[in-house]
Design a protein around this ligand. Structure first.
Ligand code: A2P
Length: 287
């Protein structure tokens, strides 16, 4: 099947593979390293981790063991909510780099808009200017929080990684990000596996019509919306299947049928939930 993974242009002239492997909740060395091994063998060249996931060390090991060159794999990690302030952010970034065993990172994101993110952003801008991080961005930022970064900063975030799936489509945020030249990256692209988007009858009808799986229909919908997607799986067949989404297309009616499924239904926390953000700052960022 001819299905090269496209590399989307970022607002700083760099590129990012549109599909990556996510490793949220992959909490042991064996699963992390296997999933990455299968993904790289299937042609993925983008891995999405975070300090909070506790698996950066195994991500670094898996990439070294793959035999690929470091520069051939785009690796993202994220600054956890407990790390705020200029010096703290620089130290936390160095700790991420050390756990990965890398001397630079492809992309570093502020994981959530927990208070203090402007000071953290300034440190990330300096690390970017020093070349230690090739691309900087944010995750879970709403328009107001993004506007604050755009106003206070000198470097524009390249992406905003936000919860997005057929039951929570983020159309308004997508249009806003597009207007700012910031790419929309979708986390939990399949809906986290527990809100039934995968068993939705509309999705399954489309899957039967295209002779693909429900997951492939959903991932294809994301890529046609110009989003970056980072589905997680620890099963080899699923890792491979999730990569096979570039050799078929959904027409306008099919895209519209999925658009009609939007239910404003999150599976994760709300970036407007100040109490949760504050509490999350007490959660440890590493195992
Ligand atoms: P598993 O790791 O056991 O395969 P999201 O990335 O939207 O958060 O979704 C991840 C969930 O969806 C995980 O529970 C993952 O489970 C499951 N998943 C990933 N790929 C597929 C697939 N192709 N078919 C069915 N479930 C999948």
């Amino acid at each position: 099947m001819h299905n090269d993974i496209p590399a989307l242009p970022l607002n700083n002239g760099n590129r990012i593979p549109q599909l990556g492997l996510g490793v949220f909740q992959v909490d042991n060395a064996e699963d992390t390293k296997n999933a990455i091994k299968w993904a790289l063998a299937a042609g993925y060249r983008h891995i999405d981790t975070a300090a909070y996931y506790g698996n950066e060390q195994w991500v670094g090991e898996a990439i070294r063991e793959s035999g690929l060159k470091r520069e051939d794999v785009f690796v993202t990690s994220k600054l956890w909510n407990s790390e705020r302030g200029y010096d703290e952010t620089k130290a936390a970034f160095q700790a991420t780099l050390d756990r990965l065993g890398f001397d630079y990172l492809d992309m570093f994101l502020i994981h959530w808009p927990a208070p203090g993110y402007v000071d953290s952003w300034k440190a990330m801008e300096d690390l970017y200017k020093e070349g230690k991080i090739k691309n900087i961005g944010v995750s879970n930022f709403n328009q107001k929080q993004m506007d604050e970064i755009l106003k206070a900063g000198t470097v524009k975030p390249v992406v905003d990684q936000i919860e997005t799936h057929p039951y929570f489509q983020q159309d308004e945020m997508h249009a806003y990000l597009e207007s700012k030249g910031i790419l929309h990256e979708a986390w939990s692209p399949l809906g986290g596996g527990n809100n039934n988007a995968l068993s939705d009858p509309v999705i399954n009808e489309l899957a039967a019509a295209h002779d693909v799986s429900a997951a492939q229909i959903i991932l294809r919908w994301h890529v046609q919306r110009e989003e970056i997607v980072i589905p997680k799986s620890i099963h080899e067949a699923r890792v491979q299947q999730n990569r096979d989404i570039f050799a078929f297309g959904l027409n306008q009616d099919e895209m519209r049928a999925i658009a009609n499924l939007d239910a404003g239904k999150r599976v994760g926390p709300d970036p407007d939930d100040a109490a949760w953000l504050k509490k999350s700052q007490t959660y440890s960022s590493r195992k």
